[in-house]
Ligand binder design. Structure first.
Ligand code: ADP
Ligand code: MG
Length: 582
């Protein structure tokens, strides 16, 4: 095929533009992104080779190679991973098909509109627009790639100006080679950031990619004075050039070290590296289990919820290893869905390398490990709630929805999720500026209070204006504010906490049990009896619009309020259903 030119998608152009006119200044991370792509590509190859050994073409020595070239001011990063077909190059590199990247641009647009101070670092991290970061330092990027198991190779090239070219080419070895022709500021001894300098590259690999599981190799050129037989330097002789091949990364998996030997920074750097995070994780769990099923786990809760955590395109799950050898990414059958935000890895000699994904996910060992880890995480969260409230509130802000959805879903999954999670719930409340747990609510209930009151609404102010609130407030009764539609679904699923029922203040009878309320109730019944005709008239006028008209003691100064039937769906659930139908 002759060389053909193609336009980037509009979104890709926009993204490239952002990269080139650098929305952020940390240029060096491009190296980490390309190395991590190379490592991913080797992972993919390795995974495929478990089913089909032929794909390895007899070469199992996985490696990543860096070749800086001062003369042509290029930096080449090559891998012998899975490679790409021409279609895959077009799909993966030429277009932004991934919803993540689209969402990145949308988010960026929003941030601009709101003049929000979102740091670019945060944004790029969240959306992983890895490959394009090469254009931060490149004048031109050339990819040659051959998919393992095929014979046709393809060359892709772009200066990032809106189009790219494609042509067929020859490539001896499988995998991908990316050559970056560096921009003026990024090579030469004068440059502040010199990406042809071996020493600098070595440091960057140490800093960002030390734990990459495949060797990252580079040739070091040194010059030495020749020596005589006694080891003395021969003065005046010509220097001899030596080339030494070095592996730059230690490759020792961090999780195999003892907890006590690992600093917080090391955990953070490892997690950033391995899981494409940009921020220090909120919480790290590093555990070793022996006796029974043997395993090591390094799990973490990220600092922020991914933007698509509740979308169908979010892939939960942890990485699986067996004796430090990668088996699988995104194993989602290890942890329950309500912990979908937990990431990390599990390494167990009891997991078999050579069985299919399906069988592995059903394995008894995996189930046992999952159960243990679930317990560990829930315990840690309970501890956090007890001992570090501020941190827990941050956690709740980011991931609380996940637990609430988990409770709601237990209606279908039929598990004992409610018991596991109810103590971890927080709700806004009429009493305190902060969110409260059910335990805290119940502990300060007056003796006469029989139910846990809640109100639903989109924000606190709206709820506080509800006519029903006035009475409860006057009686000093605490009301939980359910501000997220899923709150009410969760509460409806729990039904009772510590033998107390949940009671919506805009639903059925409030059932206030104190003497004063009993009095008011009697009075109301009296009034109702005497005004039977009035009530009937109102009902006739309103007709089908209401189910029933009642004289009530739930109001203070308001003349009338809408309440939902005690048995039917609550008002806000009705709103939610109405919204879902549309
Ligand atoms: P991500 O790595 O998050 O998927 P990137 O922008 O870094 O996003 O890469 C885009 C895609 O390009 C990858 O998902 C992969 O399919 C493909 N790709 C990039 N680099 C390589 C490589 N070295 N070998 C094979 N495929 C690659
Ligand atoms: Mg990537």
């Amino acid at each position: 095929m002759a060389k053909t030119t193609h336009e980037f998608q509009a979104e890709t152009k926009e993204l490239l533009n952002l990269m080139i006119h650098s929305i952020y200044t940390n240029h060096e991370i491009f190296l980490r992104e390309l190395i991590s792509n190379a490592s991913d590509a080797i992972d993919k190859l390795h995974f495929e080779s478990l089913q089909n050994r032929d794909i390895l073409e007899g070469n199992e020595d996985y490696e990543i190679f860096l070749v800086p070239d001062k003369e042509s001011h290029t930096l080449t990063i090559s891998d012998n991973g899975i490679g790409m077909t021409k279609d895959e190059v077009v799909e993966n590199i030429g277009t932004i098909a991934k919803s993540g990247t689209k969402a990145f641009l949308e988010q960026l647009q929003k941030a601009k509109e709101n003049n929000a101070e979102l740091t670019d670092k945060e944004m790029i991290g969240q959306f992983g627009v890895g490959f394009y970061s090469a254009f931060m330092v490149a004048e031109k990027v050339t990819i040659t790639t051959r998919k393992a198991g095929t014979s046709e190779a393809v060359r892709w090239e772009s200066t990032g100006d809106g189009s790219y070219t494609l042509e067929d080419c020859e490539k001896e070895s499988r995998g991908t080679t990316i050559t970056i022709t560096l921009g003026k500021e990024f090579y030469g001894d004068e440059a502040e950031e010199n990406f042809t300098d071996t020493w600098n590259l070595q440091n960057l690999v140490k800093k960002y990619s030390d734990y990459v599981r495949y060797p990252i190799k580079m040739n070091f050129e040194t010059e030495e004075m020749p020596r005589d037989d006694e080891g003395k330097i021969i003065e005046g002789a010509e220097k001899i050039k030596k080339i030494e091949l070095k592996t730059l990364n230690s490759m020792q998996p961090l999780w195999t070290k003892s907890k006590n030997d690992i600093t917080k920074e090391e955990y953070t750097e490892f997690i950033k590296n391995q899981f494409h995070e940009w921020e220090e994780p909120m919480e790290v769990f590093h555990n070793k289990a022996e006796g029974g099923v043997e395993y090591t786990s390094l799990l973490y809760i990220p600092a922020k919820a991914p933007f698509n955590l509740y979308h169908t395109d979010y892939e939960p799950g942890v990485q699986l290893y067996s004796r430090h050898v990668f088996i699988m990414d995104k194993c989602k059958d290890l942890l329950p869905d309500y912990l979908r935000f937990v990431k990390g890895l599990v390494d167990s000699p009891d997991l078999s390398l050579n069985i299919s994904r399906e069988l592995l996910q059903q394995s008894r060992e995996l189930k046992t490990i999952g159960k243990n880890l679930e317990k560990t995480i829930l315990k840690a969260l309970e501890r956090m709630l007890k001992n570090d409230r501020e941190k827990y509130e941050k956690f709740w802000q980011e991931f609380g929805k996940s637990l609430k959805i988990g409770i709601y879903n237990s209606m279908y999954t039929g598990s004992n999720v409610i018991d596991k999670l109810k103590e971890l719930l927080l709700f806004a409340s009429s009493k305190e500026g902060k969110e409260v747990s059910l335990k805290e609510y119940v502990e300060r209930m007056p003796e006469s209070q029989k139910k846990i009151y809640y109100a639903t609404g989109t924000d606190k102010a709206t709820i506080e204006k509800l006519p029903q609130m006035e009475l409860l407030k006057e009686k000093g009764l605490e009301v939980l504010y359910l501000l997220d539609p899923v709150d009410e679904f969760a509460i409806e699923t729990i039904r009772t906490y510590s033998d107390k029922e949940f009671q919506s203040i805009s639903r059925g009878d409030l059932d206030l049990d104190d003497a004063e309320s009993q009095e008011a109730k009697k009075e109301t019944e009296e009034i109702a009896k005497n005004n039977d005709d009035l009530v009937k008239d109102i009902k006739e006028v309103l007709g089908d619009k209401v189910a029933e008209v009642k004289i009530s003691s739930r109001l203070k100064s308001g003349a009338v309020c809408l309440v939902a039937d005690a048995m039917g769906p609550s008002l806000s659930m009705e709103h939610t259903f109405a919204a879902m139908d549309n």
